[in-house]
Write a protein that binds this ligand. Structure first.
Ligand code: BDR
Ligand code: CA
Length: 314
C-alpha cells in the first residue's frame, strides 16, 4: 500500500483527484491539507470535508487548513472563472459532520513525515506554500518524505495563466522555487503531460452506465461539476466537451509512476521576472548547473491514464 497526504486547493480537478484516491486500491489517504488557490483556504477545506462525507462517510480522514496567501506576494484573487464561485462548479454538496483538525497544514505535514520517516508520499495539487512552510518547520523534511509529486509547471508547453507559467507555480513562485531547490525528491507533473490527459463527456456517460452502486452520488457530482469545467475549457482552450485531468494525473502518477516518462532536470522557478514569474527554468544544457535535479514528466500514456481513472469507479 501507498500512504499519501494530499495538499490541495479543492477545485473541480482536485475533487476528482481526491475521489480517485479514495477509490483506488492500495492507497491509504493519511490526511488532506488545503491551501488558497482556486478558492480561499476555508472554502477548499469545506469542499474537501463535504467530498469526504459524500464518498467516504465515517472514515475520519484528517483535514488541515493551510496558507491563506502566498509567502511574499499579495493575494490577487482566485480561479473562480475556472472552477466556479464555490470551487466545485456551483454543485451544492451536503455539509460534513467532521471539522478540520487544529494543526496547520504545514504542522500536519511536518509531524506526519517526522513520525513516519520514509513512508509517506505527498501529492501537491495547488500552490506549494504549505510545503515550503513545512520545510521551515523541519529542514530535515527533505529526507523524511518518500516522494513529493507536484502538479504544476510546464517545460515544453505554454503556461495557462501567463504565456510561460502554470497556475500552481505562478500563484506562489517563491514557494515553488524553494521546494524545487530544497533537495526533496520531487516528481513534477506539469502541463506537458496533464493537457493531453483528458476526460470527455463520453467518459462521463460511460461512468453513469457502468458505475458501481456505491458511486451513484460520486458520479452525479462528477457529471455536474465537469459540466462547468467543460464550459471553461471550451472557452479557454477550444476543447469540445472535455477537460484535462491535471490533478488526477498527479495522483495517479504518484501511485503508478509508469503512466508517465520522466526526465531528470535541474530546474529553478522564476520569481523576479516581469513577464516570467512562475516559469520553470529547466537547465537543459549538456552540463546543467542552475537549480537542483528533479524528475519532470515529459510523456504520458494518456489513454491508459484515463482508463485507470475511470476503472476505480466501475
Ligand atoms: C492547476 O491549477 C488549478 O486550477 C487546478 O486545480 C490544477 O491544480 C492546473 O494548472
Ligand atoms: Ca488544484
Amino acid at each position: 500500500t501507498t500512504r499519501i497526504i494530499i495538499d490541495c486547493d479543492t477545485g473541480i480537478d482536485d475533487a476528482l483527484a481526491i475521489l480517485y484516491a479514495l477509490r483506488a486500491p492500495g492507497v491509504v489517504v493519511e490526511g488532506i491539507t488545503t491551501v488558497f488557490g482556486n478558492i480561499d483556504v476555508q472554502q477548499a477545506a469545506d469542499n474537501t470535508l463535504r467530498l469526504l462525507e459524500l464518498a467516504a462517510p465515517g472514515y475520519e480522514i484528517p483535514v488541515a487548513l493551510g496558507a491563506s496567501r502566498a509567502l511574499v506576494r499579495e493575494l490577487t484573487g482566485f480561479s473562480t472563472h475556472v472552477h466556479g464561485e464555490n470551487g466545485i462548479g456551483g454543485v451544492q454538496l451536503p455539509p460534513s459532520r467532521q471539522v478540520p483538525v487544529q494543526e496547520t497544514a504545514a504542522e500536519f505535514i511536518a509531524r506526519m513525515a517526522d513520525t513516519n520517516p520514509g513512508e509517506l508520499v505527498l501529492v501537491t495539487l495547488g500552490r506549494l506554500t504549505n510545503l515550503s512552510l513545512a520545510l521551515d518547520l523541519d529542514p530535515q523534511l527533505t529526507s523524511k518524505l518518500k516522494k513529493v509529486v507536484v502538479m504544476g509547471g510546464t517545460v515544453y508547453k505554454p503556461g495557462n495563466v501567463t504565456p510561460v507559467a502554470e497556475a500552481n507555480l505562478w500563484g506562489d513562485p517563491e514557494a515553488a522555487d524553494r521546494v524545487f531547490t530544497s533537495g526533496l525528491p520531487v516528481m513534477m507533473i506539469g502541463l506537458d503531460v496533464t493537457l493531453q490527459t483528458r476526460i470527455t463527456s463520453e467518459h462521463v456517460e460511460l461512468l453513469k452506465r457502468h458505475r458501481r452502486e456505491e458511486n451513484k452520488a460520486v458520479i452525479e457530482f462528477m457529471e455536474e461539476s465537469l459540466a462547468y469545467y467543460f464550459k471553461f475549457y471550451r472557452e479557454a482552450n477550444y476543447l469540445i466537451n472535455s477537460a484535462p485531468l491535471h490533478d488526477p494525473l498527479a495522483l495517479m502518477a504518484a501511485l503508478q509512476p509508469d503512466l508517465v516518462t520522466c526526465r531528470r532536470m535541474k530546474v529553478r522557478v522564476e520569481h523576479q521576472g516581469a513577464f516570467t514569474s512562475g516559469m520553470v527554468v529547466a537547465d537543459l544544457r549538456a552540463q546543467p548547473k542552475e537549480g537542483e535535479f528533479i524528475e519532470v514528466a515529459v510523456e504520458v500514456d494518456a489513454e491508459r491514464a484515463v482508463g485507470v481513472f475511470l476503472s476505480v469507479f466501475i
